[in-house]
Design a protein around this ligand. Structure first.
Ligand code: HSE
Length: 299
């Protein structure tokens, strides 16, 4: 069984751990074979442009997600996994989540689709425990289901037609980057900062519900998470100011960074401007035009 899944961008500013969007920038292809066994899984082969930077064996998010899927479905089988790695790791594009989502879907399909959507998202999230220390679902859910997914006590999928410029800085990031970027977050914040964050989250959700990209973009523009993490992304504030000056609707860190997600209407001019600004700042970066993607599919 072969499944293709798209990369994703989590948070969109204030939606930390609550929402993420599937993007048509990069994808992984995961192939799973089920054999008799004890509910174990391992990655036996990784190919593709980013194969060098992901582990084989049990310590790959795809293996953990497959094991959780088998456990939830109460199946004593083993999974052998092959990954074609097309999503660059460590850029804030949900790379570990993509492989986990595709592996969970492949296993579930082979078992006849026994798990519900919620169970499948939960199983895939187990793969994230390894990379970030916490089974957050805001990458695996959009990679599985497509569109923009809100994760509260239930899962809500929106399919907005949104366009972005995605700045992907090719800079060094800390080891276990997502874990590191979670650990730098404060345990307590001033009440005013909390209110400002909530107000932006409200704009983001209202904009989404009303199909108002301008309002949604306003929501993306502040997050107490981005305020802390942006100091680890060289040039973030200059790039954000430039993007807003050039007509961007909203700018946020993509997931735990260092990529930057910029919501736009006139995206081609903005892309050129961001390329120019990266050059001026001496930041090696890819600058792409991307839009909302569909979820994981069998191929
Ligand atoms: N919500 C997670 C975080 C996403 O920001 O830590 C990580 O990709």
């Amino acid at each position: 069984m072969r499944v293709r899944a798209p990369c994703s961008s989590a948070n969109l500013g204030p939606g930390y751990d609550l929402l993420g969007i599937a993007l048509n920038a990069f994808q992984d292809i995961v192939e799973v074979e089920l054999v008799s066994g004890e509910g174990e899984a391992r990655v036996v082969e990784v190919t593709g442009p980013y194969s060098n930077s992901v582990p084989l064996g049990r310590s790959n998010s795809a293996a953990e997600a497959a094991i959780a899927t088998l456990r939830f479905a109460e199946q004593r089988l083993d999974a052998k996994i092959r990954i074609w790695k097309g999503v660059p790791p460590g850029r804030g594009l949900g790379s570990s989540g993509v492989s986990a989502a595709a592996a969970a879907k492949a296993v579930n399909e082979m078992l006849g689709g026994v798990l519900t959507e919620e169970e499948l998202v939960k199983a895939a999230s187990e793969g994230e425990r390894m990379s970030s220390g916490y089974p957050h679902s805001d990458n695996v859910a959009p990679s599985l289901l497509g569109g923009l997914v809100i994760l509260s006590s239930r899962i809500t999928v929106f399919k907005p037609d949104l366009n972005f410029v995605l700045v992907i800085p090719w800079i060094e990031v800390p080891e276990s980057k997502t874990k590191f970027m979670r650990e730098v977050l404060p345990n307590q914040v001033p009440f005013e900062q909390f209110l400002k964050h909530c107000s932006h989250l409200t704009h983001l959700l209202l904009g989404l519900a009303k199909g108002d990209a301008k309002l949604l973009g306003e929501g993306m523009n502040y997050s107490l998470i981005d305020e802390v993490r942006s100091r680890f992304i060289p040039g973030f504030s200059e790039l954000k100011s430039e993007a807003l000056k050039r007509g961007a609707l909203g700018v946020s860190i993509s997931g735990a960074g260092p990529s930057i997600l910029i919501l736009c209407e006139e995206c081609e001019e903005l892309r050129e401007a961001m390329r120019g600004k990266c050059r001026e700042l001496g930041i090696p970066a890819s600058v792409l035009r991307v839009s909302t993607a569909d979820g994981a599919s069998i191929i």
